[in-house]
Design a protein around this ligand. Structure first.
Ligand code: AMP
Length: 368
C-alpha cells in the first residue's frame, strides 16, 4: 500500500504484466507499420513511460514527438479551455500514432484526432496503455489497447494523483474502504481458530492469528519466536509493542485483502487502539467484535483434550491453561466494553456443533 497526498492506493497491475502488454502492442505496431515511417506522438505528461517503451520496441524508421494540452481558465469566462501545444511537425500525408497513457471519456483523444486529420495526416492511429470502456463516450476506434480496465482511479507508470505517483514502476488503484474486518474474540479454547478457518473461506477474508504467527516464529527459531516463547510457555501475554509490530507487518502483507479476521488480537486496550489506528490509516475500521462465549470449565476440558494432539506446550498443563483463562479475564475481557461502547460487540454462544456455531456467527456477520 502507498500513500499519495491524502489518499491510499493498493497495487493493481505489476511491472511484468505492463511489459507483456506493451510487447503485444509493439508487435502489432511492428507488423502493421513497418514501411510507414510513422510519427509517434506522445501525450504529455502521463504517456512518457509508455512512449519510451513503445519506441524502444519499434524496429523500423520512425519519428517521435510530444504534445501537451494546457488547461487554463479563460479571462472572461469560467469555462475550461484546452489548448494543444507542441504540434510543430509537417503532417500532410503522414501516418501518425498517438500514444496515450489512459483513455477514459475520450474527450482529449477526440479533439487530438480531429486536429491531426485537419492538418492533413493520411492515417491517425491511436494506442493507449489503459482504456476504460465503461467511461468512453466517443465513436472513434482505439487501434491498440494495453489493458481494458474498470472505471477506477489509477496511478503509477506515468499517471499521477495531483502531481504525485508518475515515477512508480507499477500501477496502483485507489483503495476502497468497504472492507469487512472482524475481531474474533473469546477465551482460549473458545474455538476461534476453528471458526476463523470456516469464516475466512465463506467471506473471502484474510485470517491472522497472532498465536499462530508466534508459533510459526518459535518453530523457525526467529528472534521474535525466542522472545515470544518465554511468555507463551507461562501462559502470559507477549508485550504489546512486539505483538503490535508483528500484527501490522502481517496486515501489510495483504494489501488487496477484502477484509481480515483478527484471531487472538487485540488482547489489550493498547492493541485495540493500535488496530483502530492501523485500519483508519487504510481508510477502513473494525466492523465488529464477534465473541464466542464458553463456560470456563468447558474451556479447560477442551484445551486439555486438544493438548493431547496439538503439540502445544501451553495446552498440556492445566496450570498454564488456567493462567491463560485468568489473563483473559484480567487483561482481555475489558475489550468487550471497548467495542460495546461503539455498538460493535456481538456475543455468540460458543457451545455446540461446529456448524451450529458457524451458523450463529454468520447470522451476526450477515447483518453488519
Ligand atoms: P493463542 O493461540 O491465541 O491462544 O495464543 C497463544 C499465546 O500467544 C498466548 O497465550 C500469548 O502468550 C501469545 N499471544 C497471542 N496473541 C497475543 C496478543 N494479541 N497479545 C499478546 N500475546 C499474544
Amino acid at each position: 500500500m502507498i500513500k499519495l497526498h491524502d489518499l491510499q492506493f493498493v497495487p493493481f497491475i505489476a511491472e511484468d504484466e505492463i511489459a507483456t502488454a506493451i510487447d503485444r502492442v509493439s508487435d502489432q505496431l511492428n507488423k502493421e507499420l513497418s514501411d510507414k515511417k510513422p510519427l509517434f506522438i506522445g501525450v504529455l505528461n502521463g504517456a512518457f513511460m509508455f512512449v519510451s517503451e513503445v519506441v524502444k520496441r519499434f524496429n523500423y524508421d520512425c519519428e517521435v514527438s510530444f504534445v501537451k494540452f494546457s488547461s487554463y481558465e479563460g479571462t472572461k469566462t469560467t469555462h475550461e479551455v484546452k489548448e494543444l501545444i507542441g504540434l510543430n511537425e509537417k503532417l500532410t500525408g503522414r501516418t501518425v500514432v498517438v500514444l496515450e497513457d489512459i483513455i477514459d471519456t475520450g474527450n482529449t483523444i477526440a479533439l487530438l484526432s480531429e486536429t491531426l486529420k485537419d492538418k492533413g495526416c493520411s492515417d491517425v492511429k491511436i494506442a493507449t496503455l489503459f482504456f476504460k470502456p465503461e467511461a468512453y463516450t466517443k465513436e472513434i476506434n482505439i487501434d491498440y489497447i494495453g489493458f481494458e480496465i474498470p472505471n477506477k482511479f489509477i496511478v503509477g507508470y506515468g499517471l499521477d494523483y495531483d502531481g504525485l505517483g508518475r515515477n512508480l514502476t507499477q500501477v496502483y488503484q485507489l483503495k476502497s474502504n468497504n472492507m469487512t474486518n472482524l475481531v474474533l474474540f473469546g477465551p482460549p479454547g473458545a474455538g476461534k481458530g476453528t471458526q476463523a478457518e470456516v469464516l475466512k473461506q465463506k467471506y473471502d477474508l484474510v485470517h491472522i492469528s497472532t498465536g499462530d504467527v508466534f508459533r510459526y516464529n518459535i518453530k523457525n527459531a526467529t528472534d521474535l519466536g525466542t522472545l515470544a516463547k518465554s511468555y507463551i510457555d507461562k501462559g502470559q501475554l507477549v508485550p504489546d509493542e512486539v505483538t503490535i509490530n508483528m500484527l501490522n507487518a502481517e496486515v501489510d502483507k495483504n494489501p488487496n485483502a477484502k477484509g481480515f479476521i483478527f484471531d487472538g488480537f487485540p488482547r489489550t486496550e493498547a492493541q485495540a487502539d493500535s488496530l483502530s489506528e492501523l485500519l483508519t490509516s487504510k481508510g477502513t475500521e473494525v466492523s465488529a467484535m464477534v465473541a464466542l462465549e464458553v463456560d470456563d470449565e468447558v474451556l479447560v476440558q477442551r484445551l486439555l483434550e486438544r493438548g493431547k494432539t496439538s503439540g502445544r506446550a501451553d495446552d498440556a498443563d492445566e496450570g498454564v491453561i488456567r493462567n491463560r483463562i485468568k489473563v483473559y479475564y484480567d487483561e482481555t475481557a475489558i475489550l468487550k466494553n471497548y467495542y460495546q461502547k461503539h455498538d460493535k460487540y456481538f456475543g455468540v454462544d460458543g457451545v455446540g456443533a461446529i456448524e451450529e456455531i458457524t451458523e450463529r456467527l454468520s447470522s451476526t456477520i450477515d447483518k453488519l
